[in-house]
Design a protein around this ligand. Structure first.
Ligand code: ADP
Ligand code: ZN
Length: 643
């Protein structure tokens, strides 16, 4: 098994050595076909290596630009007479759009999956055998089926099998979050078609999974290309949960009017409720969860991909392989299970590299729920301990008062700048360093109260009651149980409920208070409590900033007619941008493709800024390759001239 150090070692070498200059052929393809001026990060090194026939493991965060890493070698190798590239992907639903995007760029591509009739599939196979296809997308079960393997044999015998690109390669691993047994059978490629280069690509940063991929796919000899997993354009923000849905509404109305986004919730019911609340507030929101009819789900996904500014409210059933580049925010109304999940879900924002937000509301109930789910799961104790460890890391991130990005990347074994003291200046804690107060005294008072209640009555009570006693509130329940006579009654009268709630949340996060789900969520002391009582474990809390409750008054027509460009545009520029977007929507509808496949927002905005009058004026705008220039230049110039 290749140890992780080896992966890190390869990466260091790559960074340390000057990258080779891109071969003219690959650079020309990047410019001519895709309309991009430069390779991003390690793309160039990967492309060079694979074009020359090397095997590769590509670890790159979502949005890093993995597709070009196999698409450019596929085109280059096909031009050099090596034949077809097979792209293996589990995401049948997305193959259509991926192939559509290649067609738009003038590349011959096709897919083979269960959505095709047998006649259509036959036609594709024939085209492949004739050498008419540069990239063929197929699901793993198709690729490893004996009949299809026989077709590949005939290509192989004629040296017309150029490259295997195994996308979402973490599916091969049981450690990954999307294990697909069909991926295991892919070793046949190596055994049967020796010498054909293979690449495995994934955005999973987890070390165990990475090792597993190499072993399972027998890629030990492959060169590993590890990118930084930082997503500098994403702004991480974690707020204290009060009225979560109202907080979300304010966040969308203030920062993201008219933007596409994803809102993750824990349950189906909550998805439905939140989607309805957003719709009532005039936001174009749709629900998505596994309980919806298959057709409805597919329809909602299509509308999210194809229409502008849809907010998808979803459970984690949604998102794998969603490669929509202009998702401007990902919001979590409920806390995920671990940092892997959080990072994967937030990673769906801002693939286009433009500013994007990851926003999460986090509160006491989240901690209680997640702890309970682990306790109640039927898994063995050792496994549960593993889950608790992962949850604790996420709780640490949520409670953090220093840079979130530093913590996130440290979790994946990556150090940013000079380490813990580094400030990214693009997370809530860096932008508005929170006031921190020492909650040790409040924590002691809460813990002693839980202890005294237990001692005096042999009973346990929930968070609300305990806080009432600490604050000296004579509620009916407090009086009824005689808790006014406890020595701790009123010892924390100077703390606000919000402060105590924060302290309690952190105590639960630290494991210093347990919540008994079997007994009405009552609070119990644990072994950890003693350490806090002794002052051995610091309880540091952020000062709660009370956010104003008033909502921004709505602009007329809000949610529908807002034009927001990704770069600064003057009034006329915005008019051109809006006209170009309307034109793009029409083309996308005619071609049955998502709008971003025609042109990205950033490309339209660059056109709007330049206000081109001639074909020459369009040269060099990022995202306009030769084929798109030929297909759309006249139209674009016409739209611009009419505004
Ligand atoms: P991944 O599969 O790694 O999540 P994609 O391959 O979908 O990422 O790429 C993310 C976005 O970045 C796409 O919209 C792609 O067109 C764009 N992109 C990739 N490489 C470049 C580049 N060298 N220059 C400009 N844009 C790029
Ligand atoms: Zn930061």
């Amino acid at each position: 098994m290749l140890a992780l150090e080896n992966i890190a070692y390869c990466a260091t070498i790559l960074i340390a050595n000057e990258l080779p200059t891109a071969s003219p052929a690959c650079h020309a393809i990047l410019q001519e076909v895709f309309g991009y001026a430069q390779f991003r990060g390690p793309q160039q090194a990967i492309v060079e290596h694979v074009v020359q026939g090397g095997d590769a493991l590509v670890l790159m965060p979502t949005g890093g630009g993995k597709s070009l890493c196999y698409q450019i070698p596929a085109i280059a190798r096909q031009r050099a007479g090596h034949g077809v590239t097979l792209v293996i992907s589990p995401l049948i639903a997305l193959m259509h759009d991926q192939v559509g995007a290649l067609h738009e760029a003038g590349v011959s591509a096709a897919f083979l999956n269960s959505t095709l009739s047998s006649d259509e599939a036959y036609q594709v196979e024939q085209r492949m055998l004739r050498g008419d296809i540069t990239l063929l997308y197929a699901a793993p079960e198709r690729v490893t089926n004996p009949r299809f393997l026989a077709l590949l044999d005939s290509l192989y015998d004629r040296h017309q099998l150029s490259l295997f690109a195994i996308d979402e390669a973490h599916c091969v691993s049981q450690w990954g979050h999307d294990f697909r047994p069909e991926y295991r059978a892919l070793t046949v490629l190596h055994e049967r078609f020796a010498g054909v280069p293979r690449m495995a690509l994934t955005a999973t940063a987890d070390a165990l999974t990475q090792d597993d991929i190499l072993e399972r796919l027998q890629l030990q000899e492959a060169r590993a290309f590890v990118s930084s997993f930082d997503r500098p354009n994403i702004r991480y923000t974690i707020v204290e949960k009060r009225e979560a849905v109202q907080q979300l509404l304010r966040f969308i109305e203030r920062e993201h009017e008219g933007d596409a986004g994803i809102v993750y919730c824990q349950s189906r019911k909550r998805v439905e409720d939140v989607a309805q609340t957003l719709v009532d507030a005039g936001i174009h929101a749709l629900p998505y969860h596994a309980g919806l009819d298959n057709k409805v789900r597919q329809d909602h996904q299509n509308r999210f991909l194809r229409e502008d500014g849809v907010v998808m409210v979803a459970t984690i059933a949604f998102g794998m392989g969603i490669d929509k580049p202009d998702v401007r925010f990902v919001a979590h109304l409920d806390m995920p299970k671990n940092i892997e999940g959080y990072y994967q879900e937030t990673g769906r924002a801002g693939r286009d590299g433009l500013p994007a937000y990851a926003w999460m509301a986090y509160g006491l109930q989240d901690v209680v729920n997640q702890r309970r789910m682990i306790d109640e799961s039927p898994a063995g104790e050792e496994f549960k301990q593993g889950l608790r460890g992962k949850l604790d890391a996420l709780l640490g991130l949520a409670e953090a008062t220093d840079c979130r990005r530093v913590r996130l990347l440290a979790y994946f074994g990556e150090q940013l700048g000079d380490g813990p003291t580094y400030r990214c200046q693009n997370c809530d804690n860096c932008l508005n360093p929170p006031e921190v107060w020492d909650g040790t005294d409040a924590a002691r008072k809460l813990l002693s109260t839980i202890y005294r209640i237990q001692q005096s009555s042999g009973m346990s009570f929930g968070a609300g009651h305990v806080m009432d006693i600490v604050r000296g509130k004579t509620t009916e329940k407090v009086t009824q149980h005689g808790h006014t006579s406890l020595s701790t009654f009123g010892i924390g009268a100077d703390f606000s409920e919000i402060q105590l709630r924060g302290v309690l949340r952190q105590l639960i996060a630290l494991g210093a208070v347990a919540v008994d789900a079997q007994a009405f969520n009552t609070l119990q002391l644990t072994e950890q409590s003693r350490a806090v009582l002794r002052g051995e474990v610091p309880v540091q809390l952020r000062e709660s900033v009370s956010t104003p409750v008033s909502r921004k008054s709505k602009r007329p027509g809000a949610g529908s007619a807002v034009v927001k460009a990704p770069i600064a545009l003057d009034g006329e520029g915005l008019v051109r941008y809006a006209a170009l977007k309307a034109w793009r929507a029409e083309v996308a509808r005619e071609h049955n493709l998502p709008a971003y496949v025609i042109f990205h927002d950033a490309t339209l905005a660059a056109i709007a800024k330049r206000a081109p009058q001639t074909l020459d004026d369009l040269q060099g705008i990022s995202g306009i390759g030769a084929k798109k220039l030929e297909a759309y230049a006249q139209e674009v110039l016409r739209v611009v001239s009419l505004t």
